[in-house]
Design a protein around this ligand. Structure first.
Ligand code: T4K
Length: 424
């Protein structure tokens, strides 16, 4: 552990983690079993197009969600597009400004107009009052996001959707295995979309799924994911190729089988982080909303610079130099990203987004998952604590270097100054 500020890697010392630790390191279990599953797929000769593993994967996802249908898709971005098409979204779609850019881009890419609503400070999920303020005669749908695996205020959003006859499609990319009011994520709204990307809680290397209780909607999604083909010689829709392949499904099945193990590692990590930072002024971990259960796949810290002594960006830069690749999702914010920031005023943003603006400056994510050990967390906690105790001197060293900081040589961001810019 460091005993002097000049031992920090940012100022020339050796990194505490020569082997970097990342947010989003894939959860991998039972490597031998996975390899033998993949080998069996190859031996079978059935590599894609509605094979047996995809069907088993769909059944396994439906079981976890307690939902009638799962339509496996190649990734969540395409799944959002297929579901939005199947639900006949048109005109404007209300999405949170504080989310990964894919939520908005998925809508924009199919000719819809994302309109950005604000989120609440306590949950980081859509603020129903801000959704109300975004409504217009052109609004056809709401796409809330269960950000960080924290379930949205589903009931309030459903009341708005019912009253205004709007469709509701949840972007549940972060929320596989989460629950609210005794129900699993997957049964809310018209449909929910999951991501099974390698960085997710449970993953299929790349993958996504649309989950719904509607027979009609599931049929439409199945058709749209495979070119709109509805029979041997019949094409009934302008579909796309959104199929998941058998190797992905086999990896996804293996990952779902390990869900309890991954969940308990995430919960243990979350508790350990709480222990190592809870006594520090100016940093707190975001808590799961009351009445909900989270998969804890993200450990989200909120920095109050005036009490912590360093800004979020200064702390992230310091951690990264040490080989702790904390993230500052979702800088710079969807509304500040192209093409939305370049559009005429009032197209994508017609309400103030004060909470999103604040969160963009003070939220960071810390490594967790199976690859993060208890020892890692104790050392990361020690670093954060050291940074807090020595904040004045660290700020002085930063200003002497005028924002130039030494980064870990394996820094994947390639960002070599302390004002980190991350689109996610
Ligand atoms: N909606 C929401 C709310 C989402 O968060 C996402 C995706 C989507 C929709 C769309 O889902 P997909 O179409 O992808 O299924 C990552 C993921 O690529 C992205 O899936 C995820 N959200 C987003 C929050 O995080 P980046 O730009 O941060 O990826 P990258 O490559 O920087 O990876 C993050 C970290 O993970 C790296 O620092 C290293 C580690 N990593 C990553 C990969 C891919 C590994 O250790 N190994 C790996 O193989 O977007």
């Amino acid at each position: 552990m460091k005993s002097a500020v000049l031992q920090l890697a940012a100022f020339g010392g050796l990194p505490l983690f020569p082997q970097p630790v990342h947010v989003g390191q894939p959860n991998l279990t039972d490597r031998e079993l996975l390899l033998s599953d993949l080998e069996n797929v190859l031996k079978s000769g059935h590599l894609t197009n509605h094979g047996p593993r995809v069907k088993s994967f769909e059944q396994a996802v439906s079981r976890v969600c307690g939902a009638k249908h799962c339509v496996a898709i190649c990734n969540a971005t395409t799944a959002l597009q297929i579901a939005a098409r199947a639900l006949q979204f048109h005109g404007e779609v209300i999405v949170p400004a504080f989310t990964f850019i894919a939520t908005a881009h998925a809508m924009e890419w199919i000719g819809l107009t994302p309109v950005f609503a604000d989120v609440t400070e306590d949950t980081h999920t859509l603020d129903p009052a801000s959704v109300e303020a975004c409504l217009s005669p052109r609004t056809s749908a709401i796409v809330p996001v269960h950000l960080w695996g924290h379930v949205c205020d589903v009931d309030s959003l459903a009341r708005i959707a019912d009253r205004c006859s709007l469709k509701m499609l949840f972007d549940s990319s972060h929320a596989f295995g989460c629950r609210s009011g005794g129900k699993s994520v997957g049964v809310f709204g018209d449909a929910e979309v999951f991501s099974f990307h390698a960085t997710k809680f449970v993953h299929a290397v790349e993958g996504g799924a649309i989950v719904t209780n509607s027979d009609d909607l599931a049929d439409r999604c199945r058709r749209l994911r495979a070119f709109g083909i509805s029979g041997l010689t019949e094409v009934s829709d302008a579909g796309i190729n959104g199929k998941m392949h058998e190797l992905s499904a086999a990896a996804g099945l293996r990952s779902i089988a390990s869900l309890p193990e991954i969940l308990s590692a995430n919960q243990r990590n979350r508790q350990l982080y709480e222990r190592v930072v809870s006594h520090l002024n100016g940093i707190r971990l975001l808590a799961c909303p009351d009445g909900t259960e989270t998969n804890s796949q993200y450990v989200v810290a909120v920095i109050d610079e005036s009490h912590f002594g360093l800004s979020r960006d200064q702390l992230v830069a310091l951690l990264r130099a040490e080989g702790v690749f904390a993230r500052s999702y979702f800088m710079p914010g969807c509304h500040r990203s192209s093409p939305y920031r370049d559009a005429a005023p009032g197209i994508h943003q017609r309400v103030p987004l004060p909470v999103t603006e604040r969160l963009l400056q003070k939220v960071l994510q810390l490594p967790t998952g199976l690859a993060t050990t208890a020892e890692d967390i104790l050392r990361i906690g020690g670093l954060i604590s050291f940074a807090h105790r020595n904040a004045t001197e660290i700020r002085r060293q930063y200003s002497l270097r005028m924002g130039r900081t030494r980064f870990h040589e394996a820094d994947p961001s390639g960002t070599h100054d302390s004002s980190l810019r991350e689109a996610g």
